[in-house]
Design a protein. Structure first.
Length: 199
């Protein structure tokens, strides 16, 4: 069985999901103040740089994923169908949400590149857009028919299982991060109350 243009685009889309998942996990490790030197693997490792580069790779692969469809003969996609896929020839809703995911990812990468000019607080507010980008990406990846025929979704297809695994992984780690942030905020409030009562 030969590899079609649609198949190639679908595989590149799965790579995009994997790289975005890696990028999110690295970002959340930073939020947890994880140190690869103090913890496993007990080596100095600049995962902040890997986090940055995985963002650039994710953006590039996410651009390549729909661009490949320009070579497809049927259904025929034009540039405007990729840039503004509201009237795309196949699954316009799912493709529009995929385009939203790409634009949000591009926004996050661009503002991260300018983070020193923007300042930490403004950059951090912009950076949280990555969660909306990830939500749109997972929706697009889960509900799009890889063959672009609009067939019912096979939730046990290998590609769908991979996306489902990435989604559950991000959901669980995001919940842990949220709990960690709440505990940290409660600890800071407790310390401030203790300081106020002792003064």
């Amino acid at each position: 069985m030969s590899l079609t243009i649609v198949d190639l685009s679908a595989y590149v889309g799965l790579v995009a999901v994997g790289v975005v998942t890696l990028n999110l996990l690295l970002g959340m490790l930073m939020a947890f103040r994880y140190s690869p030197y103090r913890s496993w693997p007990h080596h100095r490792f600049n995962y902040f740089r890997l986090h940055n580069w995985s963002g650039y790779v994710a953006l590039s692969v996410s651009l390549l994923h729909p661009a490949i469809l320009l070579l497809n003969k049927g259904p025929r996609f034009r540039v405007k169908d990729l840039v503004y896929p509201v009237h795309s020839p196949s699954q316009p809703l799912e493709n529009t949400i995929g385009a939203v995911a790409f634009y949000l990812l591009a926004f996050v990468v661009m503002t991260s590149y300018l983070r020193l000019r923007l300042g930490r607080h403004l950059w951090k507010a912009f950076h949280f857009s990555i969660y909306f980008a990830a939500a749109a990406l997972f929706f697009h990846s889960l509900f799009t028919d890889p063959a672009l025929k609009g067939d019912p979704i096979d939730w046990f297809d290998g590609g769908k299982l991979f996306v489902e695994f990435c989604f559950v992984l991000i959901a669980v780690v995001s919940l842990l991060r949220w709990r960690h942030a709440r505990r940290k905020a409660a600890h800071v409030r407790q310390l401030s109350r203790q300081a106020a009562t002792s003064s």
